[in-house]
Design a protein around this ligand. Structure first.
Ligand code: ADP
Ligand code: MG
Length: 680
C-alpha cells in the first residue's frame, strides 16, 4: 500500500475542516501535501549595508543608538523611528503602527531588523525585528502560497507534521543511473531541503532535482501519448520518389539553406512513413518556408495525392498562388486559388476540378474548408501562419481527407522548448538560418519629439525612389480607435508629403478596397502606406525600405518583429524606426532589445523572460501546463534534457521491461496512457 497516496486526514491533527481548506489549494493526499513547495524564500541573511540596492528587502544587524521617538497621526496611526548603528553607519529604522515596540528598544542593545531599504534616506522600513543577535541557522524561511482561511503558519505546521510522519515514505521514481548521471539528490532529501531551507545553494540543488523529475514525467506523458496515438492513427504511406524530389530541389533558382534541407528531409520521412504527420514548422520571417511547402506539395502530388495550403488572408493567398504556380506549373502540376473572391461559375468549376482530382494543389483562405469543397484524394494539408487559425478550423481541413499529413507553418518565433510544451503532440521543425546575402535591417528607437527628423529621413528615402510603411498606434481591443488613428495619421502625412501619394489601409475596408490599396502600393503608385496592423502577415513589397511604427511600446515584441519583416525584402538597405516613449523599465528594455537583435528566436526568448509565457501567448490561450515547481521559461534547458530522455526511454524496450523503470511505467499506467484513454 502506498502510504503517500492516503488522504491528508491520516496526518495527526488534520480534521475534515482543515482537509477542506487544503483541498482548496489542490492538496488531497499526503503526497500532494509533501510536494506543496514554497513558492519563494524569505532571505534573512545579514547583509552589508553598502551592497544593498534601493528598495530591496533586507535584514540588517546593529546597535540601538537613540531613544525611539513616536509620532501619532490619525486615531490609530503611529510612526516610530529610532537610530541604529550598523557597523559605522547610522541609519533610521521606522516602524509604522507598532508603537508597542517602544519598550523593547533600549539604547545599546543589539537588534536584527528586516524591511525595505531606502538607500537615499538611509532608512529601513521595518516589517520584522528581533532584539538580540540573529540566529544564523535561520537564514532562509519558506513562503507558501495560501488562500481562504488557511494561515501560512498552520499550513507550515501541517507540512512539518506530514514530513515527520511520512517523510520516510517518499520514494524515488527516477532510476538510480539518472540520479548519478545528472548528480541529482534522492527525492526524499530534495523534498526535505525545499521545506527546511538551509542555504540558497542547497535549495537550488533540491529544486534542480524536482524540476527534472517534473519535466520528465510531463514529457513521458507526451511521448507515451504520441507513440500510442501514432500507432492508432495510421496515415498514408506515400510512395515518395526521393530522386525526383532531389531533382526538383536542384531545379530551384537557389540552393536550399542547410536548415531548409534538414526540414525537407524530416518532412519527406514523415510523408512516406505510415503514421500521420503532425508537424509544426517554424521559421523566422523571410527564412524561406514557402519553398519548403512547395517541395512537400510536389512530393505529395508526385505520389498521386492532392495538397492544400490554407492561409489567413486573401492577399497572402494570391501571393502564394503566384510564387507556387511559378515553381510547380512547369512540371505539369495544376495549381488553383480558392478564396472569397472566387465566386459563382468560376468557383463551381474549381470545385468540380478539385473533386475530380484534376487540380493538384489548392491554395486558399477559409473558403477551403467550406462544406461544398470535396477533394478527390487529399494527402497533405499545410496551414501558413497557423496561430491565426483556431484549432477547430484546422481540424475541419484535416477531416477533408482520410488522415492526410498535416504541416503547420508559423513565423511566430516560439522558443523551441516552449513549442514543445505547447504543441506537445506535434513534431517541431525549425528553419533557424537565413538565406545567404540578406542585409540586416537597421532598427532605431526614437522618442516622439524626434518625429520631424524621422519624417526628414523618410523623405530622403522617398527621393531615392523607395517606399515606406507607417504603422499606426494600436489601441487595445478597439478596432474603431485603431481605424481613427490610421485616418488621422494618414491626413497628417499626406499634408506633409505633398508631392507623394499616401495610401491608407485598415480593417474596416472591404477586401476589394484592401486589394486596391495594396496593389497601388506594390506597383509604387503610392509611396507611403499608412496602415493598422493588417499588413502584418506575409505582404511582400521589396521596394519598401522603411517601416515606421508609432507608439511601438504598445506592440508585443513578436508583433514588432513581424512588422519589421515587411522591409528588407529587396536589395536595398532597410530601416525600422520605433517611435516610442515607454514609461516603464521593461518597456524601455523591450525597445532596446528590438534595436539589438534581428533574430526572432532570440527576441521571443528575451520577451518571455521579460513578460512571462502567459503574456507572450495571451493569458487565456497560453495552454502552457502548470508545474508545481518548474518554470518553462527559466528552466528550459532542463525541459529539453527531459524531453530527450523521455523520447529515448519510451522508444527503448528496456524501459518497458527493466526493474529500475517500474515506477515510471507505473506512473504512465496510472495516467491511463498505456491503454491510451486519458491525457490532461
Ligand atoms: P517566409 O519564411 O517568411 O515565408 P518566404 O518563403 O517568403 O519566407 O521567402 C522569402 C524570400 O526568400 C523569397 O523571395 C524566397 O524566394 C527567398 N528564398 C527562400 N529560400 C531561399 C534560399 N535558400 N536562398 C535564397 N533565397 C531564398
Ligand atoms: Mg511566408
Amino acid at each position: 500500500m502506498n502510504e503517500i497516496a492516503q488522504p491528508v486526514t491520516n496526518i495527526k491533527g488534520v480534521g475534515e475542516e482543515t482537509a477542506k481548506q487544503l483541498g482548496n489549494l489542490g492538496i488531497y493526499t499526503i503526497g500532494d501535501l509533501l510536494e506543496y513547495y514554497p513558492f519563494r524564500y524569505e532571505d534573512y541573511r545579514i547583509r552589508e549595508i553598502h551592497e544593498v540596492n534601493h528598495d530591496e528587502r533586507i535584514t540588517l544587524e546593529g546597535v540601538i543608538h537613540s531613544e525611539p521617538s513616536v509620532r501619532y497621526f490619525g486615531k490609530k496611526k503611529t510612526r516610530l523611528s529610532v537610530r541604529v548603528l550598523i557597523e559605522n553607519v547610522l541609519i533610521t529604522a521606522v516602524f509604522f503602527n507598532q508603537g508597542f515596540v517602544k519598550k523593547q528598544l533600549q539604547i545599546g542593545n543589539t537588534i536584527t531588523l528586516t524591511g525595505k531599504w531606502d538607500r537615499h534616506r538611509l532608512t529601513l522600513t521595518v516589517s520584522e525585528f528581533k532584539v538580540g543577535e540573529a540566529s544564523r541557522q535561520n537564514e532562509l524561511a519558506p513562503v507558501y502560497s495560501v488562500g481562504g482561511s488557511l494561515k501560512m503558519g498552520t499550513l507550515k505546521k501541517i507540512i512539518y507534521q506530514g514530513l515527520k510522519e511520512y517523510g520516510n515514505e517518499i520514494k524515488d521514481v527516477l532510476p538510480p543511473f539518472i540520479l548519478e548521471k545528472y548528480k541529482l539528490l534522492p527525492k526524499k532529501e530534495a523534498v526535505l531541503r525545499l521545506h527546511y531551507p538551509q542555504s540558497t545553494e542547497l535549495v537550488k540543488q533540491a529544486r534542480r532535482r524536482m524540476v527534472y523529475e517534473e519535466f520528465l514525467l510531463f514529457q513521458l506523458k507526451m511521448q507515451a501519448f504520441r507513440k500510442f496515438k501514432r500507432e492508432q492513427t495510421k496515415g498514408l504511406p506515400m510512395p515518395v520518389t526521393t530522386e525526383k524530389v532531389d531533382q526538383f530541389i536542384h531545379s530551384l533558382p537557389f540552393p536550399l539553406t542547410s536548415a531548409q534541407q534538414r526540414v525537407v528531409d524530416e518532412i519527406m520521412k514523415d510523408l512516406s512513413s505510415d503514421y500521420r504527420m503532425n508537424r509544426l514548422l517554424q521559421g523566422d520571417v523571410g527564412s524561406g518556408k514557402t519553398v519548403v511547402a512547395a517541395i512537400a506539395m510536389y512530393a505529395t502530388v508526385d505520389a498521386g495525392y492532392q495538397a492544400a495550403l490554407m492561409v489567413p488572408t486573401e492577399i497572402l493567398a494570391e501571393q502564394h498562388v503566384n510564387s507556387i504556380t511559378e515553381l510547380l506549373s512547369p512540371l505539369g502540376i495544376e495549381v488553383a486559388l480558392l478564396s472569397g473572391s472566387v465566386k459563382g461559375k468560376k468557383r463551381r468549376e474549381q470545385l468540380e476540378k478539385i473533386k475530380a482530382g484534376e487540380t493538384h494543389v489548392i491554395i486558399g483562405t477559409h473558403a477551403l474548408i467550406q462544406e461544398d469543397v470535396h477533394f478527390q484524394k487529399l494527402g497533405l494539408v499545410i496551414t501558413d501562419e497557423q496561430h491565426r487559425f483556431g484549432v477547430e478550423q484546422r481540424r475541419i481541413l484535416r477531416d477533408k481527407g482520410e488522415n492526410p499529413d498535416v504541416l503547420f507553418m508559423t513565423a511566430t518565433p516560439i522558443p523551441r522548448t516552449l513549442a514543445i510544451s505547447v504543441f506537445g503532440d506535434m513534431d517541431v521543425s525549425i528553419i533557424d538560418e537565413m538565406p545567404a546575402g540578406r542585409k540586416t535591417i537597421e532598427t532605431y528607437w526614437v522618442k516622439h519629439d524626434m518625429l520631424e527628423r524621422v519624417l526628414h529621413f523618410i523623405e530622403k528615402e522617398l527621393k531615392k525612389g523607395h517606399q515606406a510603411y507607417v504603422i499606426c498606434p494600436l489601441i487595445e481591443e478597439s478596432e474603431k480607435l485603431d481605424v481613427q488613428n490610421a485616418i488621422d495619421v494618414h491626413a497628417i502625412l499626406q499634408a506633409h508629403f505633398k508631392e507623394y501619394k499616401v495610401g491608407l489601409m485598415h480593417g474596416r475596408l472591404h477586401s476589394s478596397e484592401k486589394d486596391e490599396v495594396m496593389e497601388e502600393f506594390s506597383k509604387n503608385r503610392s509611396q507611403i502606406l499608412v496602415s493598422t496592423t493588417v499588413v502584418e502577415v506575409g505582404v511582400n513589397v521589396p521596394n519598401a525600405t522603411i517601416m515606421l511604427i508609432y507608439d511601438a511600446e504598445r506592440f508585443g515584441l513578436a508583433q514588432l518583429h513581424q512588422l519589421r519583416g515587411r522591409v528588407g525584402r529587396g536589395e536595398h538597405q532597410s530601416y525600422c524606426i520605433l517611435l516610442a516613449d515607454p514609461k516603464s523599465d521593461v518597456g524601455k528594455e523591450r525597445m532596446r532589445i528590438m534595436t539589438e537583435t534581428n533574430d526572432g528566436f532570440t527576441l521571443s526568448e528575451r520577451d518571455l523572460e521579460l513578460r512571462g509565457p502567459g503574456d507572450f501567448f495571451g493569458q487565456k490561450q497560453s495552454g502552457l501546463p502548470n508545474f508545481k515547481i518548474a518554470d518553462v521559461v527559466h528552466d528550459y534547458r532542463a525541459l529539453e534534457v527531459a524531453r530527450q530522455d523521455a523520447v529515448e526511454f519510451v522508444n527503448s524496450s528496456e524501459f518497458w521491461k527493466g526493474d529500475e523503470f517500474k515506477p515510471l511505467v507505473y506512473f504512465l499506467e496510472e495516467q491511463g496512457l498505456l491503454s491510451g484513454e486519458k491525457l490532461d
